[in-house]
Write a protein that binds this ligand. Structure first.
Ligand code: CO
Length: 670
């Protein structure tokens, strides 16, 4: 079960290929199915073709500003036909705004025919904020006389070190902001080159900027405590020599990796899937199958909202949607071998559109590798002193997104026991504010004298387009109850799990319940396992958080999807985002909470699960100056999908590189 990593020469057009060959036979492991190529992200040439088509459009022409250019993913029916052998023509999905006109155009373009297929104008929509615009906002704010004056009041005479973060502005009904793409900024001071400016919040100054025109509409000066000036750094440039490092810990796969890749398609163990990517979602997984049996049609994070708990000064506006308002894809890191990624790594680059329609590439954007997963299963039959153990391995597909002060590293894990796990690790720098030393107030905690961080949450929504053994699925909720003491339970020990089918969208708006160990299982009522039960996959929702925003408040309405931990909708091609399609300064009218009011049937049909989970963050001093990773996630585990443990019959392995500590050249214990 070991394979060699080599670049394939089989296909001269595909230099992004990893082939695993069996060393005993030299035979290549089964490649991923060729039909998965239809799900690969747009390549640079395709992005350029889409831009050319739009530039030729008389209505948009050269004034178009490109928010998103992505693969228009095939419909389930079109993809099924493609799997059956029918050719699938590639199409692009594009959102543009226009330099001189309001709104957003949503279009589809045939790449083969080089023409616009559909075009719809959303007159009141605002596009997502683009990377290029973040620095522009800082520039105009720092040059604004009102802002300079407010800084001067706080003793800042040189504007060089002032850092302005372009937060999105939400929708608070200010007349001068109506209809505009608004940023409501927060500011910090970098006191010398390369220093950590988040240690020095400039409290109480918020500029309101029209991002598109670059106009500073107003500068709100709420006053506030002085700037904390103590330096607190994480960059080694400013730190004393570190403690001696630990000894090297190498991950070696001397015979190569065990996955096979063909472009964006991958096969590992009995799993196959395609890896997608777009400017908004970032990493996407398509057509996930185990032994050819479908489990998920598509999986990705669809939104992340970060509500902050302080109603004071300008902080009440901090309620940011990192995916819908900025886009995870465009803020994806270029990863470094041996730092971000350890072991035998295969990378995929990401190709994206810039605001002007040019193509930019993020090298090494997606990391694919294997990790040891500890003991997979074990049993010692002590009567006969016989032990059987299998050590586990997992396939990891990951990327890291930086949005402002925070990093979000996302990891999809595939196990040999048929599980799919998702983990997001939040790191980076907590958002800071100034306080009177010793008095952070009830909505913040003090990190260092005069420096505080607000209570906040990171609530993710994963959109899981399920396909458990086919497209006809239902959701079953499981709750565990104690049996009433009586004739059926005379000793009071009885408890049992009860299953309820969630039949419609409104019935499927669900919250976690620790008292009943509530969980949700996606089943295929048409496919039965060997005990006559529908095959299923269970969602283990282990990181549910409670939203505290008032239901009818401006941020509460826009974040309404975070109120439930589970939503279920029938699949619709255009229902992709729980906070709505166009989130910047939105009113929440097309959010998931509105969509489910149709109360459509979600029983025995093609369904999408929306799972909200995350981190509830009461900030500690140890989260500063840089936050050690905090994890949240969920898992999808087979629940009657197989007739027995699918990893029951793995070949035995004993790792020959393992040795007793102290027997190495420089042992630990001598
Ligand atoms: Co946090």
């Amino acid at each position: 079960m070991s394979y060699a990593l080599e670049k394939s020469a089989r296909n001269p057009f595909m230099n992004n290929t990893v082939v695993a060959t069996h060393p005993a036979t030299g035979v290549a492991a089964a490649p991923p199915p060729a039909y998965l190529k239809a799900l690969a992200p747009l390549n640079p040439e395709e992005i350029r073709t889409a831009v050319d088509v739009i530039k030729a459009d008389p209505q948009l022409g050269p004034g178009a500003l490109y928010e998103t250019i992505e693969l228009k993913e095939p419909t389930p029916a079109a993809f099924r036909d493609h799997v059956a052998g029918k050719t699938l023509l590639r199409e692009a999905r594009i959102n543009t705004s226009h330099r001189d006109r309001p709104g957003v155009w949503k279009m589809t373009v045939s790449l083969a025919e080089r023409r616009i297929l559909t075009k719809k104008h959303f007159a009141t929509a605002r596009p997502a904020v683009q990377v290029e615009q973040l620095m522009d906002v800082q520039k105009v704010v720092k040059a604004d006389a009102r802002f300079i004056e407010a800084c001067l009041k706080r003793g800042i005479t040189d504007m060089t070190g002032v850092c302005v973060d372009a937060w999105t502005g939400g929708n608070f009904g200010f007349p001068d902001e109506a209809g505009r793409l608004i940023s409501h900024t927060f500011a910090w001071l970098r006191v010398r080159d390369n220093e950590n400016f988040y240690a020095h919040p400039i409290e109480g100054i918020n500029a309101v900027v029209d991002i598109k025109t670059g106009e500073v509409l107003r500068v709100d000066d709420h006053g506030g405590p002085p700037i904390p000036m103590t330096e607190i750094n994480y960059d080694p440039e400013f730190l004393p020599p570190p403690v001696p490092p630990l000894k090297p810990l190498d991950v070696m796969q001397p015979e190569g990796v065990s996955f096979t890749m063909d472009g964006h398609a991958i096969a590992w163990e009995r799993w196959t899937l395609a890896i997608g990517f777009n400017p908004r979602d970032g990493l996407i997984l398509h057509d996930i199958r185990y032994d050819g049996r479908p489990v998920l049609r598509r999986a990705a994070l669809a939104e992340l909202v970060v509500p902050y708990g302080s109603p004071e000064r300008g902080h009440y506006r901090k309620n940011i949607f990192d995916i819908g308002e900025y886009g995870f894809g465009k803020f994806t890191n270029s990863l470094k071998l041996g730092c971000d990624c350890l072991g035998a790594i295969h990378y995929l680059d990401a190709n994206l559109n810039a605001l002007d329609g040019s193509v930019f590439s993020i090298k090494k954007a997606i990391c694919i590798h294997e990790e040891d997963a500890g003991v997979l299963w074990k049993h010692w039959d002590f009567r006969i002193d016989r032990t059987v153990l299998r050590r586990g391995r997992k396939l990891v597909i990951s990327c890291i997104n930086t949005v402002g002060n925070y990093e979000y590293a996302q990891y999809w894990y595939f196990t040999q026991a048929g599980e799919i796990k998702f983990e997001v690790k939040a790191t980076g720098i907590v958002n800071t504010n100034a306080c009177e030393p010793g008095k952070p107030g009830k909505f913040a905690s003090e990190l260092a004298p005069g420096l505080a961080a607000l209570i906040h949450q990171h609530i993710f929504c994963a959109r899981l387009d399920m396909a458990v053994d086919g497209s006809q699925n239902s959701v079953v909720e499981t709750n565990t109850y104690a049996e009433l003491v009586g004739p059926t339970n005379p000793h009071g020990n009885g408890f049992y799990a009860e299953e309820t089918v969630l039949k419609t969208e409104l019935a499927a708006c669900r919250r976690a319940n620790a008292d009943t160990h509530r969980s949700w299982k996606v089943v295929n009522p048409g496919k039965l396992n060997h005990v006559g039960k529908p095959v299923g996959y269970r969602l283990h929702a282990d990181n549910c958080v409670t939203l505290y925003l008032a239901k009818d408040g401006p941020s509460g309405i826009r974040s309404s999807f975070a109120r439930n931990h589970l939503w279920v909708t029938p699949f619709r091609e255009d229902e992709r985002y729980p906070g709505g399609e166009f989130v910047c300064n939105s009113d929440g009218h097309d959010s998931l909470a509105e969509i489910v009011k149709q109360d459509r049937s979600v029983e025995n049909t093609d369904i999408v699960l929306w799972h909200c989970f995350g981190l509830h963050h009461v900030v500690r001093p140890e989260d500063f100056p840089v936050q050690p990773v905090m994890s949240a996630g969920f898992s999808l585990a087979p629940a009657g999908f197989f007739n027995l443990n699918p990893s029951n019959n793995l070949p035995p392995t004993v790792n020959s590189a393992s040795k007793l500590a102290g027997t190495a050249k420089e042992g630990c214990c001598s």
